[in-house]
Design a protein around this ligand. Structure first.
Ligand SMILES: NC(=O)c1ccc[n+]([C@@H]2O[C@H](COP(=O)([O-])OP(=O)(O)OC[C@H]3O[C@@H](n4cnc5c(N)ncnc54)[C@H](O)[C@@H]3O)[C@@H](O)[C@H]2O)c1
Length: 265
């Protein structure tokens, strides 16, 4: 168990990659906070799975379960600050922040509305910025080190026509991580990005239901399959653990080789 006694918050963990990360961190012994925006049933499903992989609680003052769900919209700074506060109140501290919540909107650049631009940037970049700030303030106040892991994308590097705001947000996340690695290093706080390729989650429902597009995409993935949430979760568990204490400011691509073999269809 790499994360015994640790407390981790995973944003947007009612489904998909976030749910996979929560389960893996719990299996490694962490106490986990499951965040959702609008699907309490998804968060409850994640919690039930956490309890099923269960084991005992390792904290000195144990809550009943070693998982906990909190509703908060990561696009709202006041709500995400409340999320961090409640997480700390529940388990007494926070050691690991996984900024996973993210959305994308499809449109040609010349048709992107201000509302869609704001929706993407508020969750994918502004939300990450201020959730990280609130977490760092807690670590400074308690004089402790911690780990920040951002779920970025191959599109922090790779252009994706018709997803300009999404790519802008993930490119911004890349630079935020580099900047904070330098600024937070002296505090013993590490920050890294995990950049998924094509993962089988609800964000890709349209693609998964289109055999022609899916077949073309698979041709571009050297390992010949879509990724699964657990492929991302195992990298997050590593970066959250003491095994990664000397790693900061880096992006780790978990993409089956897609980034270096991509051809737009
Ligand atoms: N699936 C992929 O192929 C893929 C590839 C690259 C990057 N990613 C990134 O991985 C992360 C997770 O995506 P996923 O594939 O699991 O997608 P998903 O749509 O299944 O899950 C996204 C999660 O974020 C939550 N969320 C969205 N807006 C929120 C908000 N305002 N407040 C709180 N939660 C909110 C959703 O409720 C959901 O739980 C995202 O940041 C996404 O950009 C996914």
């Amino acid at each position: 168990m790499k994360l015994k006694d640790k407390v981790a918050l995973v944003t947007g963990s009612s489904q998909g990659i976030g749910q996979g990360i929560v389960l893996r961190l719990a299996q490694e012994g962490a106490n986990v906070i499951i965040n959702y925006r609008s699907h309490p049933e998804g968060a409850e499903d994640t919690l039930a799975k956490v309890e099923a992989v269960g084991g005992k609680c390792y904290m000195a003052q144990c809550p009943k379960s070693h998982g906990f769900t909190i509703k908060a919209d990561l696009g709202s700074v006041s709500e995400l600050q409340q999320l961090i506060t409640e997480s700390i109140e529940h388990f007494g501290k926070l050691d690991i922040l996984v900024n996973n919540a993210g959305i994308e909107k499809h449109a040609p650049f010349w048709e992107v509305t201000e509302a869609d631009y704001d929706a993407v940037m508020n969750v994918n970049l502004k939300g990450v910025f201020f959730a990280t700030q609130a977490f760092v303030q807690h670590l400074i106040a308690t004089n402790r080190t911690g780990k920040i892991i951002n779920i970025s994308s191959v599109h922090e590097e790779l252009p994706f026509p018709n997803f300009a705001a999404y790519c802008t947000s993930k490119g911004g996340m890349k630079m935020l991580t580099r900047n904070l690695a330098v600024e937070l290093g002296a505090l013993g706080i590490t920050i890294n990005n995990v950049a998924p390729g094509a993962i089988a989650t609800p964000i890709n429902t349209k693609l998964l239901n289109n055999p022609e597009k899916l077949g073309a995409l698979l041709q571009n993935i050297p390992l010949g399959r879509l990724g699964q949430p657990q492929d991302i979760a195992s990298m997050v568990a590593f970066l959250a653990s003491a095994d990664a204490d000397y790693i900061t400011g880096s992006t780790f691509f978990v993409d089956g080789g897609l980034l270096w073999n991509y051809q737009e269809q």
